[in-house]
Write a protein that binds this ligand. Sequence first.
Ligand code: ATP
Ligand code: MG
Length: 232
Amino acid sequence: MAAVIAVQNLRKIVPATGAQAGSELVILDDVNLTIQAGDSVAITGSSGSGKSTLLALLAGLDIPSAGKIELFGDSIESLDEDQRAAVRLGKVGFVFQSFHLLDYLTAAENVMLPLELGNATAKARSMALDALNQVGLAARAEQWVSKLSGGEQQRVALARAFVTKPQLLFADEPTGNLDRATGHEVAELLFRLQRDYQTTLVLVTHDESLAAQCQHWYKLVEGKLQTGRVSP
Ligand SMILES: Nc1ncnc2c1ncn2[C@@H]1O[C@H](COP(=O)(O)OP(=O)(O)OP(=O)(O)O)[C@@H](O)[C@H]1O
Ligand SMILES: [Mg+2]
């Protein structure tokens, strides 16, 4: 079976700013990575090491300076933006550090959004309520999300990410804005949903105890991908 993500010799170079203006900033340098269906993959690295840049590239939200990225077998550099969006639609979910919910909608309405965008309106509401039930928030479905706690908001974001049953989920520091205990609850939920739906998970985190729970752990150091797991 084809890999979900296959990356070869990936480089991302941007024009440097500030004192280095006029030169180039190498964010990612010769990254190679293969992710198989159902894998859980953690990416750690210090702030500014290129984790979010790599995630955006893997998701087809950005284009590489050099190298090859295949997403579900499609070479993303050969697709235009609309075609890349079509590859993502219904197959790829996202969870971010800063929840990215719409404050003027209820929890249920937020979870319905990706379904409505994918034209599944008729069943959207019951699917959203089911997804909220799975994250323990059935009773808060009609609440404005701005009234929910941070941990609850991230659970709504997880429900929204999983409601389309994505094959692939990108999570960029999903516990970064939460206190440690709440962060661990949200992470447990993320791993449970990932196992239940057999989702391929790419998780960027600063929390090495979360990274250690993934099947694969990589560390970005000076633009290069290294193995993150310390041998016992
Ligand atoms: N389009 C761009 N133009 C210029 N510099 C950029 C661009 N995108 C990212 N950078 C720089 O590349 C580096 C990597 O950024 P990135 O956001 O990927 O880091 P990160 O590992 O996600 O950091 P954090 O842990 O703080 O979220 C940073 O120094 C950032 O300022
Ligand atoms: Mg980042």
